[in-house]
Design a protein around this ligand. Structure first.
Ligand code: F6P
Length: 518
């Protein structure tokens, strides 16, 4: 990769690096906002970090970040600005899109959300919120609602429906009652098949029980396409908007967070935005206000990822939260990272000259330890790991939490330093397997905001290093188009299959037709 020609891999093992310089145990631990970030178990030295940071300078990371926050149309293939940072900006901030300050619009919508949320939270007739959306209109709110369940209004329960598989909505409808349910339909485009299908099922279910007039009281919507929402029958007073300069996977900070705000309340939601803004401030202070790229924690983490991907050829990365409430965080990150950086052409359409986004995967600790950690410790691939943990849990079983945290540390230790048993190869732990520790005092709305924003900016910096557009997602389009084209042939035996050129698909459809109504 063009900026990385001067970046070389370290020959020494992690153990040798620590032996040579024990001070890395504190020199490579930094604080950003409330987070303690420890990359001492990564295969880096001062020299490697310096060469990586020179590469980031050569790639103009600071300038690209300046373009981003200036509202330039950095998402060129969709001709859009990318300003999710503005969503968590103070009212006095001056984010502009096409010459217009967007802060009044953002805070106007936030205060409409707040009034609606206050009204619903004060209404004892509503006990269940059902968020219907998919991708960025589901993963963020669902992950965050689970992460912050401890802050939830005692009367309210949130449910999330995303899949076109009717088993999803069926299972939720079995748990709720029409009289006490508020459906929040979330779709940036209001044209997504899964969401509209499920929204129509919910509508019909409600109308059958309570009549057409109940739709007004039991539905709300979040979208950039207000006319389509109106056509669906949801009133303007219950429709919350956002803007085309907010990508779906970056939209949790906008009205897409409505279900989350309903659950945790406007104050906690504001703290969530505060946390993200603290990470934004770190970016601005070190890249824009001053030339302090070396002090930028996000940039360093992003560059360590690039080192793994491009210099050490590591195609996947595991993210393991040792916080049960964050069990959906890896799934959320999959969309954030893989939909953003799973690209193989550069901005001008040329093929990229190296690997781009890794496969992101993970499960919570300690569960993962009893499943795939075998491969992390002794498999033939080296898989970098991000461990996420907190010092204080929400519950009061402190000793159990000590055991959890001990496991987090033990895994990082075992991966890094191993336990050589040359005479017992099956029990030999070679070690030298890298990880980063990201720790917070506790998981609350603010730290969740910090954590998400940290990863958002990492994805951005890596996209710059790879010269790709992290903000489009054309790769999801073909499958949608083909599914629409195939659907009639599945439902109707009379549809001629001759027009389907691909014989393997034709034969699978024949099998499906034979079996679907047995
Ligand atoms: O299919 C991908 C995608 O476009 C995501 O980027 C997006 O978050 C999701 O679909 C849902 O889209 P919408 O919010 O428009 O329904």
């Amino acid at each position: 990769m063009k900026y990385l020609t001067n970046v070389h891999a370290e020959n020494r093992t992690l153990k040798e690096l620590f032996d040579a310089d024990p001070s890395r145990a504190h020199r490579y631990v930094v604080s950003v906002a409330g987070l303690r970030v420890d990359w001492s178990r990564q295969p880096v030295t001062d020299e490697i970090l310096q060469s990586l940071r020179s590469a980031a300078r050569a790639a103009d990371v600071s300038d690209r970040f300046r373009s981003l926050i200036a509202g330039e149309h950095v998402n060129a293939t969709e001709d859009r600005a990318v300003l999710h940072m503005a969503l968590r900006g103070n009212r006095s901030a001056s984010y502009e899109v096409d010459g217009l300050n967007v802060m009044d619009d953002i805070h106007g919508e936030l205060s409409r959300m707040k009034s609606f949320v206050d009204e619903v939270r004060a209404n004892p007739r509503i006990t269940d919120i059902v968020n219907i959306g998919i991708g960025g209109s589901d993963l963020g709110p669902a992950m965050a609602a689970q992460a912050l369940a401890g802050d939830a209004h005692p009367r309210l329960k949130a449910h999330f429906v995303s899949n076109i598989d009717a088993a999803d909505i069926e299972s939720v409808l079995q748990q709720v009652r029409p009289e006490t349910t508020l459906f929040v339909i979330v779709s940036k485009t209001f044209g997504t098949l899964e969401t509209l299908t499920n929204a129509n099922v919910a509508r019909q279910w409600l109308v059958e029980a309570l009549g057409e007039a109940a739709v007004a009281e039991h539905f709300a919507a979040v979208s950039t396409a207000r006319e389509k929402v109106a056509a669906f029958g949801i009133g303007a007073d219950r429709t919350f908007g956002f803007w085309d300069w907010v990508g779906g996977r970056y939209s949790l900070w906008s009205a897409v967070g409505l279900s989350l705000m309903l659950l945790i309340g406007p104050e906690r939601f504001a703290e969530f935005l505060d946390g993200a803004r603290e990470i934004d401030s770190h970016m601005i202070e070190t890249l824009i206000d001053a030339d302090r790229l070396d002090d930028n924690v996000v940039v360093t983490l992003a560059l360590i990822g690039v080192l793994h991907r491009n210099v050490l050829n590591r195609p996947t990365k595991a993210v393991i939260p040792y916080v049960h409430e964050l069990r959906r965080f890896p799934a959320y990150l999959q969309q954030l990272d893989m939909e953003s950086n799973g690209k193989s052409v550069t901005h001008n359409g040329d093929e990229v000259d190296g690997a781009t986004g890794p496969v992101i995967w993970g499960e919570p600790g300690t569960n993962g330890q009893h499943a795939f950690f075998q491969l992390l410790h002794q498999g033939t691939d080296i898989i970098p790991v991000d461990f996420i943990g907190v010092a204080r849990p929400r519950h009061e079983r402190i000793e159990q939490h000590d055991a959890l945290f001990a496991n987090l540390l033990a895994q990082a230790q075992a991966l890094a330093f191993g336990r050589p048993l040359p005479n017992a190869p099956h029990r030999n732990f070679a070690g030298n397997r890298p990880s980063t520790l990201i720790l917070a005092e506790r998981l609350d709305a603010r730290t969740l905001g910090q954590l998400i924003a940290l990863y958002e900016h990492i994805v951005f910096v890596q996209g710059v290093m790879w010269g790709i557009n992290s903000f489009d997602q054309w790769g999801v389009e073909l499958g949608k188009e083909l599914a629409n084209a195939l659907a009639p042939a599945l439902s109707n035996d009379g549809v001629d299959l001759e027009h389907i050129e691909d014989p393997s698909t034709r034969s699978a459809i024949e099998w499906y037709r034979k079996n679907r109504s047995k």
